[in-house]
Design a protein around this ligand. Structure first.
Ligand code: FAD
Length: 446
């Protein structure tokens, strides 16, 4: 059967491979000139690094399993750990579940909370939420507002670029809901298995879509076509007609692996109920600035504590950057590739703060350098700086998201041969996105 996949992000490429493996003729149509979507390589001072997603959860198997199946070498972060830049110092990040502290004495030792905030954290009531609530409201009920402001917000800012008081606990932190329901968050953590929490591909996450593309290229029954935005889809007697900028394609099976807004536009006639729901999924825009510094520059030497993999910044502190990753300290392969250059990046932009990104690239570079200097004492001038903007980069899983996704799925189920996958539905992380593509194809093939 002929299958068309719209979008060559990680979800689209994963679904294309599964469809091709099952014997279908697959055509992937991608609007831009490259594979990978938010997994993308860039060059800073000649060093090739990720300028989009840089890591994946290792404890969910889909990402590392796919990388291994494609013959890619898996790597893990070094032992360097993240800091929280708050209350005018870089402070150790305590152990938390999505910002909910696992040990209040440990939290006290970090100095992240004021004495009042700590007192509240020790004496709040145990929440018993009925239905979906926001992660922020849930944690505030149990630990008080300061824990939300100084721990939950920066952590959710890192993953979703979102606001803690809007993001759904059921969709974004189900394990936290479960622990709070049993009032076990402050209990000693269960013995951890030996698995590291995060992984990447040695040489960069961008290698994963590149390897998927190469895999499809080697198959006689698959094609990936770039610079081919899909502008409309409609039903046909034998399936679908997919309209692109260069003509129509017929398809028996159709996978839309695009973000919510383009998916909504494409479904306007085919599944209007799903389209209306998809329009309600908001996206946050972010920008990443990747820097290279000379490692032997005296302005760098003492500033960048290599025991730190970077830092997160609570929005309540009013800084421009929301996080920085010291890539050279976090990943051995980045340090090696740098050959004496230290590569690090800053991240700016949260949902609702789009105007802060509406400045020229130099403005983002300057703001990042100013915050880096205040946070770490780094005074060196970078050898190079590269700005990568991700307009509409991260879907916001607001309260009620899981029910919305169920309604979208119900509407799509009315259209045989159609499936949706990608970051808009069951998790924004790479393994979750890969899993959504695998499930979409499994559904189509049964
Ligand atoms: C800055 C940033 C950092 C991130 N960091 C991490 C991280 O470290 N770890 C992690 O697990 N996750 C991270 N994520 C999240 C993760 O990378 C994404 O959620 C995931 O890659 C999304 O994959 P996708 O295939 O669903 O969508 P996308 O990557 O958005 O791919 C969709 C594709 O569809 C194409 N398209 C859109 N409309 C059309 C059309 N009409 N016709 C044809 N093609 C179209 C787009 O051009 C794009 O290539 C990050 C996200 C961002 C933005």
């Amino acid at each position: 059967m002929k299958a068309v996949v719209v979008g060559a992000g990680i979800a689209g490429l994963t679904s294309a491979r599964a469809l091709a493996e099952a014997g279908n003729d697959v055509l992937v149509l991608e609007a831009t000139d490259r594979p990978g979507g938010k997994l993308r390589a860039g060059e800073v001072a000649g060093v090739r690094v990720d300028v989009g997603a840089e890591a994946m959860l290792h404890r969910r198997p889909e990402g590392t399993a796919l990388a291994a199946a494609l013959g890619l070498p898996i790597t893990h972060p070094t032992a360097a750990t993240s800091r929280v830049w708050t209350r005018d110092a870089l402070r150790r990040l305590p152990r938390t579940v999505m910002g909910a502290p696992l040990d209040l004495d440990d939290l006290a030792a970090t100095g992240i909370l004021s004495a009042d905030g700590l007192d509240r954290a020790r004496h709040q009531a145990v929440p018993h939420p009925d239905g979906d609530v926001s992660v922020g409201d849930l944690v505030a009920q149990r630990y008080g507002d300061e824990v939300v402001d100084r721990l939950v917000e920066p952590l959710l800012g890192g993953v979703y670029a979102g606001q803690a008081r809007r993001i759904s606990a059921r969709s974004a932190a189900p394990q936290l809901l479960d622990l709070l329901a049993r009032d076990e968050v402050t209990a000693p953590a269960p013995p951890t298995d030996a698995l590291p929490v995060f992984a990447s591909v040695d040489g960069g996450m961008w290698r994963l879509p590149a390897a998927l593309e190469a895999d499809l290229h080697d198959r006689p029954n698959a094609e990936v076509r770039y610079d081919t935005p899909v502008t409309a889809v409609r039903r046909a007697p034998t399936g679908f007609v997919v309209t692109t900028s260069t003509g129509d394609e017929a398809a028996g099976l159709l996978v839309l692996a695009t973000p919510a807004a383009p998916t909504a536009r494409l479904l306007a006639d085919l599944a209007p109920g799903a389209a209306t729901e998809l329009e309600e999924i908001a996206y946050a825009s972010v920008a990443l600035v990747t820097f290279a510094f000379r490692g032997d520059d005296p302005g760098v030497a003492d500033a960048l504590d290599t025991g730190a993999s970077g830092f997160l910044v609570p929005p309540v502190d009013g800084r421009r950057v929301k996080a920085s990753t010291f890539s050279f300290a976090k990943w051995d392969w980045v340090r090696d590739a740098g050959e004496g250059l230290l590569v690090l990046r800053t991240s700016l932009g949260r949902f609702g703060e789009e105007s802060s990104l509406q400045v020229p690239d130099e403005g983002l570079v300057r703001a990042s350098l100013a915050d880096l200097e205040t946070a770490t004492g780094l005074t060196a001038a970078p050898v190079d700086a590269v700005v990568q903007r991700w307009g509409g980069g991260l879907p916001q899983y607001w309260v009620g998201h899981a029910d919305r996704v169920a309604r979208i799925r119900a509407a799509v189920a009315e259209v045989p041969g159609l499936a949706l996958c990608g970051a808009a539905y069951d998790g924004v992380g790479i393994p979750a996105t890969i899993g959504s593509a695998q499930r979409a194809v499994a559904g189509l093939l049964t």
